[in-house]
Structures are given as structure tokens and as C-alpha cells.
Design a protein around this ligand. Structure first.
Ligand code: ATP
Length: 326
């Protein structure tokens, strides 16, 4: 393997709070260890359109507290073609980049895995996604901030729900994964979480309403993970309105506000540790692995595991929401 002198960094897919902290950590650790660093703008798109800039330690000053990503991000269909990836590779080599650090979700790491195999490029991935839908890691950068944002929003909705005695369906992101919905339900004391990992039938809602809402409560919050298959919160609320017209059911879709905001301390620390670990991985000759964290320890997770082996939802947590909502 040729000596690595220059590391390129990009952020790809949906933005996640803490991506800037990760960019900062990778840049500064790389410079500390004697590498040169280039920032690639707009994810894979910037590799194809050749938007590559020199990065020094001051390029990442004063960004640890910022949401979003200073490198910008994009979804890039051209990179899913071999012709697009060839252009990306040629530009990367012309810029003198020997290895890449890719910060993004499962789609971005799928792209990284294909690119790495096709052109023998060393790539280290960092799990940057609010969805927490990657395998081999207990946490992803941005998840904790999004969870806190949802919790604060639901706290506010609770005031209205209880004052007006309403049933609120609150839709949260998750990209077909229920972690954000389930854990935000726990954190906000919601009456139920409807997640893609569980069968969602009108019967379950009926049970919830009859045994929880009607019996002992005059308002309720149900957190619903986005899910095109069920129509998400809107679809469920419509079904409830039809079957239980006596309830004042309302829908709130939190949408993109879940992505924004200043990262929590937990996300900043995670991003800093993972960013430094990405550079350590390159120094150790690792390639095509994602940095994960399990039981507090940083690990190297092969891309195939990160992409294909999402962690199972903890059934105890599903039960816990039920137990605590009586
Ligand atoms: P999030 O978790 O926030 O949705 P993500 O990384 O999963 O982030 P995607 O839109 O799925 O976001 O993927 C980001 C980019 O990764 C895509 O726009 C594309 O450029 C690249 N990518 C995704 N899948 C592939 C693939 N199969 N082959 C090559 N590139 C891919």
C-alpha cells in the first residue's frame, strides 16, 4: 500500500448535529500526526465536480458548537454509477488525496464501500446520522441531539395536549428505524411508540385508547416513527378519527427541525473521539471500516456489518413504555 500523506474528508447524506465536531477532530488529529488535509464540499457530489479545498487547523476553528456541516452535504445519484465514481476517483487522485474519511449514514457508507473496492482506496467511515440505523455501534453522531430536540418538542406539545384534552400523534424521523421514536417516547413519557419493528394495527391503537387513554387519562401523546408503509402519524390519526370519532386526534410532524441545532455535549464528545479514532485507524493501516462504539469502547466495524446488521430494538424498552404509561 502506498504511503498515505493526504486525507480527504467529506460529509454525505442527511446532515446530523456533531458532523462539524467530527470534521474538526479528523482535521486536527490528522494535522497533529503529520498528514495534510483536504475538505471535499457537498459529499460525493464535490468529488465529482471537483470542489476540493485545502484544510488547515484554523479551517475548523469555532465550529464544534455548530449544527449542520461546514462541508455541506448532498445526495448524489451520479456517484451510484461506475462512470460517476471514476470521475470522483480521478479528481481525488489529482488533488493528491490518498485516503478518505466519510461521515454519513448507511447510504453514504454503502457508497464508500463500493468506491473502496472498485478503486482500492482506503476509506474510514464515521457514523453521522440522527437515525442510529447502523450496525456495530451503540450510538451515531447526531442521534443524541435529535433525541433531545424531540423530547423538548414533545414536552411543549404535552402542555397543549393536556390543556385541550387531545390525543396527539407526533411523527419523528428514523428512516424505517424505530430507535428515535422509542427512546423519545421513553424520554418524554409518551403513552405509546408506534415503530416499524412492530406490527401496527388499529387493534393496538384501540387497546391503547381503551386501556390507557380512556381509562385514566384525558390526553395522550403517541410517538410515531416515519413509515411510508403505514402513512406515518397522519395515516394512523385518520384511522383513529374514523374508528373513535369521540377523540380529538391531532398530528404534529416534527420534520427537519429534528436535524438542526447545536450538538449536545454527548454528540460533541462522541464526534471528537470518533474523529481522532479515524486518523488512528489510518495510521494503523485499517481500511474500509467504520468507527463504532460499543459499551463505551471504540471499535472498527467492517462496512458490510455497519450497513447490513442494524442493531435490534430492545423489546424491554417497548414494554417499558407500556408499563410506565398506565
Ligand atoms: P441519512 O442516514 O441521513 O439518510 P445516508 O448516508 O443514509 O444519510 P443517503 O441519501 O442514503 O444518505 O446516501 C447518501 C449518498 O451516498 C447518496 O446520495 C449517494 O451519493 C451515496 N450512495 C448511497 N447508496 C449508494 C450506492 N448503492 N452506491 C453508491 N453510492 C451510494
Amino acid at each position: 500500500m502506498a504511503t498515505i500523506k493526504c486525507i480527504g474528508i467529506l460529509t454525505s447524506g442527511g446532515d446530523a448535529p456533531g458532523m462539524n465536531a467530527a470534521i474538526r477532530a479528523v482535521t486536527r488529529s490528522a494535522i497533529y500526526h503529520g498528514f495534510t488535509v483536504k475538505g471535499i464540499m457537498r459529499g460525493y457530489k464535490g468529488l465529482i465536480t471537483n470542489e476540493i479545498v485545502d484544510f488547515g487547523s484554523q479551517s475548523v476553528s469555532n465550529i464544534i458548537q455548530l449544527g449542520g456541516t461546514i462541508l455541506k452535504t448532498a445526495r448524489c445519484s451520479e456517484f451510484t454509477t461506475s462512470e460517476g465514481r471514476k470521475v470522483a476517483y480521478d479528481n481525488m487522485r489529482a488533488a493528491g488525496i490518498d485516503a478518505l474519511v466519510v461521515i454519513g449514514g448507511d447510504g453514504s457508507l454503502t457508497g464508500a464501500s463500493i468506491f473502496a473496492q472498485e478503486f482500492d482506496v482506503p476509506i474510514i467511515g464515521l457514523p453521522g446520522t440522527i437515525d442510529r440505523d447502523l450496525g456495530g455501534t451503540d450510538h451515531t453522531i447526531g442521534y443524541d441531539t435529535a433525541l433531545n430536540t424531540i423530547m423538548e418538542s414533545v414536552d411543549k406539545l404535552r402542555d397543549t395536549a393536556s390543556s385541550h384534552e387531545r390525543l396527539f400523534f407526533v411523527e419523528v424521523m428514523g428512516h424505517t428505524a424505530g430507535y428515535l421514536a422509542l427512546n423519545s417516547a421513553l424520554a418524554s413519557g409518551a403513552e405509546a411508540a408506534i415503530i416499524p419493528e412492530m406490527e401496527t394495527e388499529v387493534d393496538q391503537l384501540a387497546e391503547l385508547i381503551n386501556h390507557g387513554f380512556r381509562k385514566s387519562k384525558n390526553s395522550a401523546i403517541v410517538i410515531v416513527a416515519e413509515n411510508p408503509a403505514t402513512g406515518g402519524a397522519t395515516g394512523l390519526a385518520e384511522r383513529v378519527k374514523k374508528e373513535f370519532p369521540q377523540y380529538d386526534a391531532r398530528v404534529t410532524i416534527l420534520g427537519h427541525l429534528q436535524r438542526g441545532g447545536s450538538p449536545t455535549a454527548r454528540d460533541r464528545i462522541l464526534a471528537s473521539r470518533m474523529g481522532e479514532a479515524a486518523v488512528e485507524a489510518i495510521l494503523e493501516g485499517q481500511r474500509n471500516v467504520m468507527i463504532g462504539i460499543e459499551k463505551g469502547e471504540l471499535t472498527y466495524v467492517p462496512f458490510s456489518k455497519a450497513i447490513n446488521h442494524r442493531k435490534a430494538i430492545d423489546r424491554d424498552d417497548i414494554d417499558l413504555v407500556k408499563i410506565l404509561s398506565i
